[in-house]
Write a protein that binds this ligand. Structure first.
Ligand SMILES: [Zn+2]
Length: 201
């Protein structure tokens, strides 16, 4: 047998071994993925001892590991993997008492607030017009006045599904009370309700 023949035989031998091993590897990886899905709760329980962010990066690491081991994964399979990671992350955050919005931002419950409205008129704005206490111009749909001891200036707030920024205060706005800025007194004057407010982290 020549050197070339033995090399080519060795080469085909390796190829055949890989063809035999590949389905076994794929079954092993599939089984590992199923175990991960079935016993995910156990992993989660164990992970509670650690910071939830640590567990998130670990579970992301597992999926990245699977992806690099099988470069022929379809887009659908990759999307499914991603959905599993995202669901797991949401479950981890929910277990830690953290709520997320549709964009995945963390929502920290700030409690139930009294919500009223104000406008730039002399009475509502106490003579300040559209000038807020933080120096910005008040913008309807964005500006709310808060008690800065309760909600720090610059905080983004979710009120009734709408995002506002705490950038003003008011002599009558104390404790769990938020005043929403409107352009006109007619819009502002009838606003009065109580709702759960969330800080967008
Ligand atoms: Zn007014």
């Amino acid at each position: 047998m020549s050197l070339e023949e033995s090399q080519s035989l060795a080469g085909s031998g390796c190829g055949r071994a890989f063809r035999i091993l590949r389905p076994i590897l794929m079954i092993l990886m599939g089984t590992a993925a199923m175990i991960f899905l079935i016993f995910g709760d156990d992993f989660e329980a164990r992970a509670e001892e650690q910071a939830s962010s640590t567990y998130t990066s670990e579970s992301l690491g597992d999926v990245l590991y699977f992806s690099t081991e099988n470069p022929q994964k379809s887009q659908q399979e990759l999307a499914a993997d991603q959905a599993v990671v995202e669901t797991q992350e949401a479950q981890n955050l929910a277990a830690a008492g953290v709520i997320t919005d549709a964009a995945g931002r963390r929502l920290i419950p700030a409690g139930r607030f009294r919500i009223t409205g104000y406008c730039p008129c002399y009475i509502c704005s106490e003579g300040h017009g559209t000038m807020t206490s933080t120096g910005s111009r008040a913008v309807a749909g964005r500006t709310v006045a808060v008690d800065p001891r309760v909600i720090p200036y610059g905080t983004h707030l979710l009120i009734n599904g709408h995002e506002y920024i705490a950038e003003d205060c008011g002599g009558l706005i104390k404790n769990k009370h938020i005043d929403i800025y409107f352009n006109t007194h007619n819009e502002a004057r009838n606003i009065l309700f109580y709702t759960d407010v969330y800080i967008i982290a």
